[in-house]
Ligand binder design. Structure first.
Ligand SMILES: Cc1cc2nc3c(=O)[nH]c(=O)nc-3n(C[C@H](O)[C@H](O)[C@H](O)COP(=O)(O)OP(=O)(O)OC[C@H]3O[C@@H](n4cnc5c(N)ncnc54)[C@H](O)[C@@H]3O)c2cc1C
Length: 359
């Protein structure tokens, strides 16, 4: 990984990092990724492995205002770093290690093997923590531990990071290239980063509702809450009657906040979670659901045998896709979060859609 303060337009590298061989990228092509989170690291890892195997790969430039894996460290909101990862750590940057896109079985296995060198398991082995992790029952890492793993992957692969906030996205005059107009977070300068392809990652800006003040000590969002967690711990000692706290939304962001509030405030909080259905649903994690994520179109099953599911992401219509995501991803608490909430007597759900706020 190479961190740059401006767009690293190095012609020498452009020519040398594209290796002759198979692949769809043309020499000099550049893929931009907005955000240096897990998605960007996973793309960079695959690019690194393919380049190592002699494939033509585009140059990769990742633009992030806060640095690599910032949203998981605990230093920039979205978590305090102490929360436990909701999904299994085995679902790491290379999961499911079953690529079928690179020619014959031997080549696919070579690529899977190279990717596995960047896996959660390899990280633990490298850090001398593998047996500890197994003996402790393959525990789920905290967000900070997960960010350390992703940082470790980033340190072993090549890509350029531009430390800048993307302000505007436009097309070049000929309509063929993406241009990210950015403000450097290093020196405040304006710069434009240009590339042939663009991947946008991250959660986006938290949704606001009418009347929501931009800055208020009692109104927070999924990003800013974590910068105030300790205030709740202090309030627990000072308040005499329970604090009434409303949480709008029922996804993993809301789930993590509810759990943190329970942990910091204990019985000194009464938490109401507002959702359109008035029910807190837990994520469907049955075999079929998981399998659709791991093998979306059933290609692996067709090629290698094993479970053949009826569902294929490519054949599903939009309504069915939305329904699938509603059950497995959006607006659901992870199974772990649900267990915590089930134990709490001071959490209840409220049916409704928050439309307006008055402070
Ligand atoms: C509390 C919490 C718990 C979660 N638990 C899980 C879990 O257990 N498993 C799971 O799979 N998912 C979980 N998620 C969802 C998680 O956010 C995503 O899975 C994952 O982080 C997505 O990775 P990403 O690379 O898309 O985005 P992120 O990790 O969010 O990275 C996006 C990056 O983009 C940068 N950025 C944003 N806007 C700009 C801009 N304008 N200019 C420049 N840079 C910008 C940010 O600085 C950030 O570093 C959780 C989310 C939260 C909030």
């Amino acid at each position: 990984m190479q961190v740059n303060e401006a767009f690293p337009f190095d012609q020498t590298r452009l020519q040398t990092d594209v290796v002759p061989g198979e692949g769809a990228a043309l020499p000099g092509q550049c893929l931009l990724v907005l955000g240096a989170g897990p998605k960007a690291i996973a793309i960079a890892a695959k690019r690194h492995v393919l380049a190592k195997r002699g494939y033509k790969v585009p140059r990769l430039v990742i633009v992030d205002s806060k640095g690599v894996v910032a949203h998981w460290s605990g230093g920039f909101g979205f978590t305090d770093g102490r929360q436990l990862l909701g999904t299994r750590p085995e679902k790491d940057v290379g999961y499911p290690y079953a690529s079928t896109s690179w020619g014959d079985d031997d080549e696919n296995q070579e690529i899977a093997g190279e990717m596995f060198l960047l896996s959660w398991h390899s990280y633990l082995v490298h850090m001398g923590k593998y047996l500890d992790w197994v003996d402790r029952g393959r525990t789920r890492p905290t967000h900070r531990e997960w960010s350390c793993y992703l940082q470790w992957v980033a340190s072993r692969i090549e890509f350029d990071v531009v430390l800048a906030e993307v302000r505007t996205i436009v097309l070049s005059e000929d309509g063929k290239r993406w241009q990210l107009v950015c403000r450097s977070t290093v020196d405040d300068a304006t710069l434009t980063v240009e590339g042939d392809g663009l991947v946008i990652t991250g959660p986006g800006t938290p949704i606001t509702i009418e009347g929501q003040p931009a800055n208020h000590s009692r109104v927070m969002d999924g990003g800013s809450f974590w910068l105030h967690v300790e205030e709740f711990a202090r309030l627990r000692v000072t308040v005499s009657t329970p604090l009434h706290i409303g949480v709008i939304g029922t996804g993993e962001t809301a789930a993590a906040i509810v759990i943190a509030l329970l942990s910091e405030c204990k019985e000194k909080a009464f938490i109401e979670v507002v959702s359109p259905n008035g029910v807190l649903y837990s994520r469907d994690e049955g075999f079929e659901e998981n399998r659709l994520f791991s093998d979306p179109d059933g290609k692996l099953a067709r090629l290698r045998g094993g479970h053949k599911h009826e569902l294929s992401w490519l054949r599903m219509n939009e309504r069915d896709r939305r329904e699938f995501l509603r059950r497995t991803d959006r607006g659901v608490f992870s199974v772990y979060a649900m267990e915590e909430v089930n134990r709490a007597e001071n959490v209840r759900s409220v049916m409704g859609t928050a439309r307006r706020m008055q402070v």
